[in-house]
Design a protein around this ligand. Structure first.
Ligand SMILES: [Mg+2]
Length: 174
C-alpha cells in the first residue's frame, strides 16, 4: 500500500484554498502555486470568480508568489473565469498527465520542488502533482455536486480516502 501513499497522499490538506497564506507557503519554501478551478476555487457550475478568490490571488501576487490555474475544463469555461482578472491558466489540461504541470512550471519559471498544486481531487490534482514532483495540498470540494466526468474518479477516491482515514493519514475532523 506504500504506492497509494506515494501517488495519492497530498503533502498537506486544508479545508479551503484561502487558508493557504503567503506565510504558510514561504515557511515551506514554496514560491509558486498551481491551482485547480472547479470545486477548488468555486463550484464547478459557477462561472465567475468571487471576492474571496480575487483577494487570494491578489495576496499571493503582493507576496511575489506566482499562480497559474491548471484545469481540465474547456477553453470557454477557464478563460471566462480567468480573463476578467488577468489570471494565467492552462485549460483542457489532461490532469493527471504530467504535460500541463510541466508547462505551468515553465510558464512561471520556477522549480517543481518549490511549486505546490492545490486541488480537490486525489485522482487528478494530487496524483498528477505527486508524479510531477510538486508539493500538493488537498482541499475539500466547494460543493458536493460534481460534473459527470468526475463521478468515476470520486468513487475510486472514496476508497483511497477510507484507507488514508484508517491509517490516520488524513482526517478532516468532522
Ligand atoms: Mg476540481
Amino acid at each position: 500500500m506504500k504506492l497509494l501513499e506515494k501517488y495519492f497522499l497530498p503533502s498537506d490538506y486544508v479545508k479551503h484554498f484561502y487558508s493557504i497564506t503567503p506565510e504558510y507557503l514561504k515557511a515551506r519554501g514554496i514560491s509558486a502555486v498551481i491551482t485547480d478551478l472547479d470545486n477548488t476555487l468555486v463550484g464547478f457550475d459557477e462561472a465567475h470568480a468571487n471576492d474571496v478568490v480575487i483577494n487570494w490571488f491578489k495576496t499571493l501576487n503582493v507576496h511575489d508568489i506566482k499562480v497559474t490555474i491548471v484545469s481540465n475544463g474547456n477553453r470557454t469555461r477557464v478563460s471566462g473565469f480567468c480573463d476578467p482578472h488577468d489570471i494565467d491558466y492552462i485549460f483542457s489540461a489532461g490532469k493527471p498527465l504530467g504535460k500541463s504541470f510541466r508547462k505551468a512550471v515553465r510558464m512561471m519559471d520556477v522549480e517543481p520542488s518549490s511549486t505546490v498544486m492545490v486541488g480537490d481531487q486525489l485522482m487528478t490534482d494530487i496524483f498528477g502533482a505527486n508524479r510531477a514532483g510538486l508539493e500538493s495540498i488537498l482541499v475539500l470540494p466547494v460543493k458536493k455536486k460534481d460534473g459527470w466526468a468526475t463521478l468515476l474518479n470520486r468513487r475510486i477516491e472514496r476508497r483511497i480516502m477510507k484507507y488514508f482515514d484508517r491509517k490516520g493519514l488524513i482526517n478532516w475532523g468532522e
